[in-house]
Design a binder for this molecule. Structure first.
Ligand SMILES: Cc1cc2nc3c(=O)[nH]c(=O)nc-3n(C[C@H](O)[C@H](O)[C@H](O)COP(=O)(O)OP(=O)(O)OC[C@H]3O[C@@H](n4cnc5c(N)ncnc54)[C@H](O)[C@@H]3O)c2cc1C
Ligand SMILES: Cc1ncc(C[n+]2csc(CCOP(=O)(O)OP(=O)(O)O)c2C)c(N)n1
Ligand SMILES: [Mg+2]
Length: 570
């Protein structure tokens, strides 16, 4: 049947199971928008194309489905760059559609022409320029296949205006992806499994390093069975939080730069690390030369390029985590390691007295209190917390105890400020039944707060907690520790967030004291529409523990306790 490129675009999206796209129109993509009225796909009009990409990303992270963003050529396409790089770093499946100037104009500096496939080459898993309508169906099918298969990631499809306008025969079946050079289905050899099993059985002090790949693969049950079967405690990366229940007795908590002290000590003293779907990010390892010096290492990852990239490993099992663990599980013998687990328990030492939750109430409102109360109020439900980047992000990771997969959505690898609000919109569109909370800093929130209008236009009940400390807090913290408190360019003059929310028709609450936190959270939850809470917290609070960039993992700066008066005790 003859169809225009624009019609083929929407039909292919529908056939790929797409229900929602996030986008912003303009000249070069107008033929596609013109054909939208005949499509069942719901289009969410964003306020900035960066927002569209974070929404598609949040949609993907909340659901595991491919998120779709759409924009025009030139500035529309370049506004997507940050969101594409964010998705690439965190392996989030996304397809970005951009309009391009007419194929005969390419290379002529035409109005709103930019080489977006060139620009995004290093930050996409793959990208395409489509100049003929008859290439479109095959390209789009490939794009979705590449985005979701193997190690997921963003794919960009740039479509010239004439390719959208011209007509051709549409044949979905004939457009089957054919990518003989692309092998997302690797699997380990029998002797590699045997080596891994031997290491697991011989280990006395093993630790599982649980990463984002567990959530991507859907291997939560298998990881739990390995941990329980072989009696191995589990440390999580930031992006792994929720992959193993926080309340499980084998859960140690988060590792790395702002991980718990006992977790990092356990890793440093381990004799075996079993890394599952994590990529040994520098925030996780600290100084590589001194990282887990006595540990053998097993790395299970779907991407062969991750093996021996940062940390040299003894055994690599390359393949989908769930498939690999299912193969491994029947060979895992039941082992009890009470000595090692008791030892880790003792590593907790005086951590409890250093915890701000246990310090005497000074009358100050700390972000940790806010996050912990938010967790207490929303636990046991279906809350999804979407954070921005900075101190509040780390306090969320420490004080919100994630039980369920995909209950935390955060930008880890790129650390993109401005991510939270749009990603939360995407999450709410993907999972309307979920209770979606934004936890954002006063700095990052201002980067994409224009999407408040999208929240209202789409009638989304999202709760927004602005952790307002009057600073670019995480940068201020680095200035405090490493630049002699020279607070250049970090104090913020903020708008009145409550009035701002009200200007959009969003319910607003201001919290300045600890006892107001719970009533404010309850009031936001009871409200029928979206609500924003401006939590005016302690301005110069610090995230502890902290491994300074480049320091060894066990060299942590700890929060001074009521008893220990020094900031550094390692
Ligand atoms: C301010 C700030 C502070 C931070 N501090 C910390 C910190 O203290 N601790 C911390 O942990 N992180 C921290 N991070 C996050 C950090 O930068 C990394 O993003 C994070 O550690 C990466 O986690 P990951 O390796 O589990 O996930 P990803 O980077 O998403 O890697 C996932 C891995 O899983 C693999 N994979 C994907 N699918 C599959 C599959 N199906 N089967 C098998 N493997 C698969 C991928 O190939 C990849 O290797 C911080 C970030 C910011 C912004
Ligand atoms: C787009 C972008 N620009 C700059 C940074 C560097 N940066 C990391 S954290 C941070 C401060 C964040 O401040 P705020 O949003 O108020 O959160 P807080 O740390 O105070 O909780 C900055 C500037 C970044 N991560 N992203
Ligand atoms: Mg701040």
């Amino acid at each position: 049947m003859m169809k225009t490129g624009a019609q083929i675009l929407w039909e292919c999206l529908e056939r790929e199971g797409v229900k929602h796209v996030f986008g912003y129109p303009g000249g070069a993509i107008l033929p596609a928008y013109d054909a939208l009225k005949h499509s069942s796909v719901h289009h969410v009009l964003v306020r900035h194309e960066q927002g569209a990409t974070h929404m598609a990303d949040g949609y993907a992270r909340a659901s595991g489905r491919v998120g779709v963003a759409i924009a025009t050529s030139g500035p529309g396409a370049t506004n997507m760059v940050t969101g594409i790089a964010t998705a690439m770093m965190d392996s989030s499946p996304m397809v970005c559609i951009t309009g391009q100037v007419g194929s005969k104009l390419i290379g002529s500096d035409a109005f709103q022409e930019t080489d977006i496939t060139g620009i995004t080459l290093p930050i996409t898993k793959h990208n395409y320029l489509v100049t003929h309508a008859d290439e479109l169906a095959r390209t789009l099918r490939e794009a979705f296949y590449v985005a979701r298969s193997g190690r997921p990631g963003p794919v960009l499809v740039d479509i010239t205006k004439d390719a959208q306008q011209s007509s051709c025969e549409f044949d979905w079946e004939a457009a089957q992806p054919q990518l003989p050079g692309y092998r997302p289905d690797l699997s380990p050899a029998a002797e590699e499994y045997a080596q891994a099993i031997e290491l697991i059985h011989n280990a006395k002090r093993p630790v599982i390093l649980a990463g984002h790949g567990i959530l991507i693969s859907g291997a939560m049950r298998e990881v739990r069975e390995v941990a329980e079967g072989a009696g191995i405690p589990v440390a999580l990366t930031l992006l792994g939080l929720g992959a193993f229940p926080a309340s499980h007795p084998l859960n140690l908590g988060m590792m790395g730069m702002h991980g718990e002290a006992w977790v990092n000590h356990a890793i440093q003293e381990a004799d075996l690390l079993l890394a599952l779907g994590m990529r040994f990010d520098d925030r996780v390892t600290g100084h590589l030369k001194t990282y887990a010096p006595n540990a053998k290492k097993i790395h299970v990852d779907i991407d062969p390029t991750e093996i021996n990239k940062n940390v040299k490993v003894d055994v690599a099992l390359i393949g989908d985590l769930r498939v690999v663990l299912r193969e491994l599980l029947p060979h895992v013998e039941s082992i009890h390691r009470s000595e090692w687990l008791d030892y880790i328990d003792r590593l907790k030492g005086d951590s409890a007295v250093r915890d701000i939750q246990n310090l005497p109430d000074s009358g100050h409102l700390y972000a940790a209190h806010v996050i912990n109360d938010l967790w207490r109020e929303t636990r046991g439900g279906n809350a999804v917390v979407v954070t921005d980047v900075g101190q509040h992000q780390m306090w969320e990771a420490q004080y919100y105890k994630h039980e369920d997969p995909r209950s935390l959505i955060t930008s880890g690898g790129l650390g993109t400020m401005g991510f939270a609000l749009p990603a939360a919109i995407g999450a709410k569109v993907a999972r309307p039944e979920a209770e979606v909370w934004v936890v954002a800093g006063d700095g990052g929130f201002q980067m994409t707060m224009s999407e408040l209008a999208t929240v209202v236009q789409e009638d989304l009940k999202i709760h927004i907690a602005v952790i307002n400390n009057g600073y670019l807090g995480m940068v201020r913290q680095w200035q405090e520790f490493f630049y002699e408190r020279n607070y250049q360019a970090t104090p913020l003059l903020n708008p009145n967030f409550a009035k701002l929310a009200e200007a959009y028709g969003i319910r607003a609450i201001v919290v300045t004291e600890r006892q107001q936190v719970v009533p404010a959270v309850q009031s936001a939850r009871e409200h029928l529409g979206p609500a924003l809470i401006d939590f005016q917290v302690e301005q110069e609070d610090t995230v502890y523990p902290m491994v300074a960039a480049g320091a060894s993992l066990h060299e942590m700066i700890r929060r001074p306790s009521a008893i220990v008066e020094t900031a550094e005790d390692e």
